[in-house]
Ligand binder design. Structure first.
Ligand SMILES: [Zn+2]
Ligand SMILES: [Zn+2]
Length: 214
């Protein structure tokens, strides 16, 4: 048995409970993000042209955060955030190597999607304070637009990352853009490259800015 298969067996036994359903996990991610998007969108009131600028700026901020989090937290032991490193470098990258990139069942979603607790923690710890700061500095519209971009970006991240780890013959992989981005992520899963190249999961803007695109 290959070392990946051995690791997968151990991981499934230790971390995937008998009642875990990948479909429910994915549904939770999608519903949480969409409901949040709708609720935040309902708060907007006559947004000015200047306030709409929040959208591209928040998108760039999210892209660079994705890059920085992946490069400097998920692939390096940061005091206090060791759990994130362990989950990513120690588990995700051992469950999926460039030779074995595909999920074998819905239950393997556990090794790809963020657990709900971590997701709520991220939003509570990172998005809410920034939203409040923007509200205080600029306006409620700017704050709500930021929250909407954060939720939309998060959903985008999870769906793309899951798509990259689907079997080669999956229908979504026929989309040329997904195919191209998936190739970049495959390269990232090479053991010699994972700590050095292709840190963006979605669009490789951070990799382009920091010169780490492979
Ligand atoms: Zn991956
Ligand atoms: Zn990684």
């Amino acid at each position: 048995m290959s070392s990946v298969q051995e690791f997968r067996q151990r991981y499934r036994q230790a971390h995937i409970g008998p009642r875990y359903r990948g479909q429910l996990h994915l549904a939770f991610v999608v519903i949480f993000s969409l409901v949040g998007l709708i609720l935040a969108g309902a708060q907007l009131e006559s947004v000015t042209a200047l306030e709409w600028l929040t959208v591209p700026l928040a998108f760039l901020y999210a892209n660079v955060s994705e890059y920085a989090g992946h490069r400097w937290v998920m692939h390096r032991k940061v005091p206090g955030l060791g759990l994130v490193y362990k989950r990513h470098a120690g588990q995700h990258h051992r469950f999926f190597t460039d030779q074995d990139m595909a999920l074998e069942s819905w239950r393997d979603c556990r090794a790809v999607l963020f657990p709900a607790v971590l997701m709520l923690l991220f939003f509570g710890l990172f998005a809410t304070p920034v939203g409040l700061l923007l509200f205080w500095l600029f306006s409620a519209n700017v704050a709500w637009l930021f929250v909407m971009v954060a939720l939309g970006y998060y959903l985008n991240y999870e769906l793309f990352h899951l798509a990259y780890h689907l079997p080669d013959d999956s229908a979504v992989l026929k989309w040329p853009m997904i195919k191209r981005l998936r190739r970049l992520h495959h390269e990232h899963h090479r053991s010699d490259l994972m700590a050095h190249k292709n840190f963006n999961i979605t669009y490789p803007i951070g990799d382009w800015l920091f010169g780490t695109r492979h």
